[in-house]
Design a protein around this ligand. Structure first.
Ligand code: TRP
Length: 339
């Protein structure tokens, strides 16, 4: 009896020892994976959804890192995830990425950046083209972000875009603004677009859509009520741009979007910042952080103040619009993408 008890105790003690040992090894392995190797850096990228602008930004981020000396497979590992426009996906993915303890994070589009920000307040995070970082509660101040987040804002030159609209569409009286009512980044832009459109002498009406499902019908209504459609930097609309263009063309309503990629998708023209360039700048900012040369708290949000005139000639012809030379002179022409 006595002996049995002793043997049992020995077995239990031994088992505890083995379990602790295995556990400890597991723990040290998992930290080694990401961070203890000083020459290899890990960057987690979370993208909200796949639409042409965000895909270009992502490509730019990777190239910006590469140009700054961080090459995937050599000294850089990229953990990339795409939320497919689903908030619960974003939150799960943020947690997965943060668990790997990366050296830096990139949030592409506002909902992705917000999800990362909710998950970590420590890991340095770069905003991949967020329209209004202060309004989206991501940073305290554009000049002095104050926390673990800095990056690039893609705030559009809305005043110049409305001036352009006036120049190429002189008959326009009423402008409709098409946007998604669920996106924080769009709400702020609508106020600005309304103000600038009124300054340019247009009458303005808002057309918010609660989800992708209402876009077709909303654009049909706009077709009867407005002379021109303006689209801000809205991810839901960017994702559904082929539908928007299709419906607007049925009623010959021109679309002035806020970015080059939406002109490529069938918008008429805009003055905008190149999406790829936004990504490259974001990638360079990540590299500065990895190099130890920048602290997000004191690194101002980068904004581009100049844009190029972008024209879709195919659309101009489709809508029978003669573009004045003052506009076409310095313009870049884009080819429409085949869907
Ligand atoms: N700025 C947008 C945001 O904050 C993301 C974005 C970047 C975007 N480029 C775009 C949206 C082009 C629509 C079209 O979420």
């Amino acid at each position: 009896m006595k002996n049995k008890g002793l043997i049992l105790t020995v077995i239990v003690l031994f088992a505890i020892l083995v379990i602790t040992f295995v556990f400890e090894i597991g723990k040290s392995n998992s930290t080694e994976g990401a961070n203890t190797d000083e020459t290899n850096k890990t960057v987690g990228i979370l993208q909200y959804v796949s639409h042409p602008a965000l895909n270009e930004i992502r490509r730019g981020v990777e190239d910006g890192l590469e140009e700054s000396g961080y090459t995937q497979g050599e000294n850089l590992t990229i953990e990339y995830q795409n939320g497919q426009a689903d908030q619960s996906n974003l939150d799960t993915m943020s947690q997965q990425i943060v668990q790997q303890d990366p050296d830096a994070l990139v949030g592409i589009a506002t909902p992705a950046a917000q999800s990362l920000a909710n998950t970590t307040q420590d890991i340095p995070t770069v905003l991949g083209a967020i329209t209004d970082p202060v309004g989206a509660n991501l940073v305290d101040d554009m000049q002095e972000p104050g926390g673990n987040i800095t990056g690039v804002s893609d705030k559009a030159p809305v005043d110049q875009q409305m001036e352009l609209a006036k120049e190429i569409l002189p008959e326009t009286q009423k402008v409709g603004i098409l946007y998604s009512s669920t996106e924080d980044n769009s709400k702020y832009q609508v106020a600005e677009a309304t103000e600038e459109a009124e300054k340019a002498g247009f009458e303005v009406e808002d057309y918010p859509v609660p989800s992708t499902n209402e876009i077709t019908q909303t654009v049909q209504t706009m077709g009867d009520e407005v002379d021109m459609i303006y689209v801000p930097l809205d991810n839901t609309i960017a994702n559904a741009m082929p539908t928007v263009v299709n419906e607007a063309n049925k009623k010959d309503i021109p679309i002035i979007p806020s970015v080059d990629t939406m002109v490529e998708q069938g918008g008429l023209a805009t003055i905008g910042v190149n999406q790829y360039d936004l990504g490259v700048k974001s990638g360079e900012m990540v590299a500065d952080i990895l190099d130890g040369n920048a602290d997000p708290a004191t690194t101002p949000i980068y904004t581009f103040d100049t844009g190029d005139v972008i024209i879709n000639q195919e659309q101009a012809e489709e809508l029978d619009i003669d573009l004045p030379e003052s506009v076409t002179e310095d313009a870049t022409y884009v080819e429409e993408e085949d869907e």
